[in-house]
Design a protein around this ligand. Sequence first.
Ligand code: ADP
Length: 398
Amino acid sequence: MKILVVNAGSSSLKYQLIDMETEGVLAKGTCERIGIGGSVLKAKGNGKEKVYNQDMPNHKVAIELVLSALTDSDIGVIEHMDEIGAVGHRVVASGEYFKKTTLVTPEVLEILKEKTFELAPLHNPAAYTGLTACIDVMPNTPMALVFDTSFHATMPEKAYLYGIDYEDYKAYGVRKYGAHGTSHKFVSQEAAKYLGKDISEVKTVTCHLGNGSSISAVDGGKCVDTSMGFTPLAGVLMGTRSGDIDASAVEFLARKKGMSHAEIITYLNKKCGVAGISGVSSDFRDLIAGADQGNERCKLALDMFAYQTKKYVGSYAAAMGGLDCIVFTAGIGENTPIVRAGVCEGLEFLGVKLDAAKNADKNDGSIRDISAEDSKVKILVIPTNEELVIARETAELL
Ligand code: ADP
């Protein structure tokens, strides 16, 4: 079966067509600037690339264009859209309404729209728009919703609750939901496979370190804790997000800066993190270059990031009562030896020992074991593949 994976943003739409027999990517592409003029689809297929500079006033037109790219006589990989067995849609937030991958029905659409938009106001409405556009264009193709939060649904109550009035949690659903679930799931499964172990026997801390970063404790294949919270603002400091901060400090800062609730939340999401600490950039390549040139605040930002990540690794080892494997993934996790070294440094007491030479090896896109021969804990670099998880989940559901 061939599965189309769709990741819709407010003005963008990324897709991949995956052949589930080989799990290979047949075609992929991105529509940009949907609804804002100057829209473009960059599509790949058949080993070739084609750029469609075509007006896409809405997501429906974007999906129609994607389908014409998939069936194109030159870069196309299918003859007719009926060859697409199902579509898997990435959805950021599920709240407590959906605990697993869900087939789209009119009732599901209604809940998605009425209940989940306020949980992820930037992301879920965009996914909904992409989804309804797909339904319009491909009304007979099954659609699945794959949530970033599903993998974290196995967390126990003691891990996901905040210390607030329990009745308020019940009334408003204010709790930890986590994020990047498809990535944490994928790399924890790949790690067990790579180690030749049954996943039920492995205790792993997965570090998804990218523009947004989250760390998860995965015990026997199940997530038991994760660093992101009610929203993706929580956990370690990130590119531009503050990560965890005392709620009282937020109120204090808002008062001092004359900001409204909405403004202080935007500030914490967009102006903080390593960008705020360094005053230079949210991009770790710039921070590393800055630190190399003696910029102390770039160095501080890198130190804070590694230190906070390390603390999660240690605390999750405690939560699981042991640690067999640490996985680094995503843009920073896969590409930044200095961060991996900073995270592992000082964790020797847990049996974590990095091989400096292996850690410095260039990222070649494969799974790499960067632990020393005598390290009790395996340290792996695993390229994430969220699209493949979405396709697998969709296929399993069908
Ligand atoms: P997202 O998907 O959340 O946008 P990514 O996982 O693509 O983020 O990670 C993006 C970040 O990864 C960049 O901001 C950058 O800091 C870092 N990154 C990507 N490539 C490299 C590299 N070669 N060296 C260092 N950092 C990198």
